[in-house]
Design a protein around this ligand. Structure first.
Ligand code: KG4
Ligand code: ZN
Length: 347
């Protein structure tokens, strides 16, 4: 078929130069990696514009991507100190995300791959989050336990090889990031909620008892909806009684309840599967309390924790290039008629 002619002539290099593009939500991002080394990672965000509306407005995101994509790719290529002609493959997020937003990055990537005569690699955004750690630790190899916590996903995953996974448990309702965002709204904090809850929590104490979500039961599954409701009820009850309460204490107590269970379950999974490494990925992993607690807990249990730098936990294109590298090595190239998908499973 006409659309898959490029992949048939590709020579697989050991340390390819991969250009990654990400545009699934409100960040237009481009990165260049050589093997597992990040040469550049650029982001143009429409988050400030979105904050006025209290969340991401899809049409605003799509327009912002259209305006930013050219510039962000140019910046990434320049900062990497390479030329477009040297690029071996173009990796791009094809889902999950906002359809109009995805289409901007995907169309750009298709045109670029076609014009350069190199393969296109279609990347699942969540698999990108899971692959960010490979850039943080160049020696990292599966198997390990992946703790994934983003705006839409929360899961404990047994990563068996670069391409094989078993989801041991996942959220039954809200994702961890979603809970942070909803609690932020209750506390009157601006979008994006997670970092603002973290900032407020630093001024508070962990002195309010919120339900620990499925701590002992439920295998590796989570439920954040009960925790979120408990926070809402606490605030409303105090307000109805006309009692003063500390928003900072609510933020801090919520953060502890939300994070502690993630870490306990990840550690239990590592022990039960006899694995010595826990790898973290997703926007919530940017949380300072989570990072510190995971590091300390792993040390205490004799486990290794691989926690990517904050900017590679939240949406970025280096992680897309990293998953692109895995697919490149597997020879898994995408035809040029690949379409964007609003929702896709982990695999
Ligand atoms: O992974 P991500 O950037 O996008 C998705 O793929 O979903 O995750 C975004 C989520 C948001 O819910 C945001 O509030 C949360 O990650 N987040 C945080 C922090 N930074 C981002 N949550 C807690 N603490 C943070 N510092
Ligand atoms: Zn993401």
């Amino acid at each position: 078929m006409y659309f898959d002619t490029i992949q048939k002539t590709t020579v697989i290099r050991e340390e390819p130069l991969i250009l990654g593009i990400e545009s699934s939500c409100d960040e237009t991002a481009c990165a260049v990696i050589r093997g597992r080394k990040i040469l550049s990672s650029e982001i143009i965000s429409s988050a400030t514009e979105q904050a006025k509306y209290g969340g991401v407005v899809p049409e605003i995101a799509s327009r912002a991507h259209t305006e930013a994509v050219d510039e962000v790719v140019e910046r990434a290529v320049c900062k990497a100190g390479v030329t477009l002609k040297e690029i071996d493959a173009v990796a791009v997020t094809y889902g999950a995300g906002l359809l109009g937003a995805l289409l901007v990055g995907l169309s750009f990537a298709k045109a670029l791959a076609y014009s350069l005569g190199v393969p296109l690699i279609a990347v699942n955004h969540i698999r990108g989050h899971m692959a960010a750690a490979y850039l943080d630790d160049e020696a990292l190899q599966p198997p390990f336990i992946t703790l994934l916590a983003s705006g839409g996903h929360t899961a404990i995953i047994h990563t068996k090889s670069y391409t094989e996974f078993e989801v041991l448990g996942a959220t039954l309702d809200d994702a961890a990031g979603e809970a942070f965002d909803k609690v932020a709204r209750v506390l009157g904090l601006q979008y994006p909620g997670g970092p603002n809850v973290e900032r407020l929590a630093r001024e508070g104490k962990n002195n309010i008892v919120f339900p620990k979500m499925l701590k002992g039961e439920g295998g590796y599954n989570f439920s954040y909806s009960g925790l979120k409701t408990a926070v809402i009820n606490y605030c409303h009850t105090m307000e109805m009684k006309g009692q003063e309460y500390s928003r900072a204490d609510v933020a801090c107590s919520f953060q502890h309840a939300a994070v502690d269970v993630l870490i306990q379950k990840a550690i239990r999974a590592a022990k039960e599967k006899h694995l010595s490494t826990i790898v973290a990925g997703g926007g919530v992993i940017a949380n300072g309390y989570l990072r510190q607690t995971l590091e300390i807990a792993c040390k205490a249990e004799g486990l290794k924790a691989v926690i990517p730098a904050r900017q590679y936990c939240t949406d970025n294109a280096a992680m897309i290039a990293s998953e692109g590298l895995i697919q490149y090595k597997a020879g898994n190239f995408a035809p040029l008629d690949t379409n964007a998908k609003a929702a896709i499973p982990l695999r």
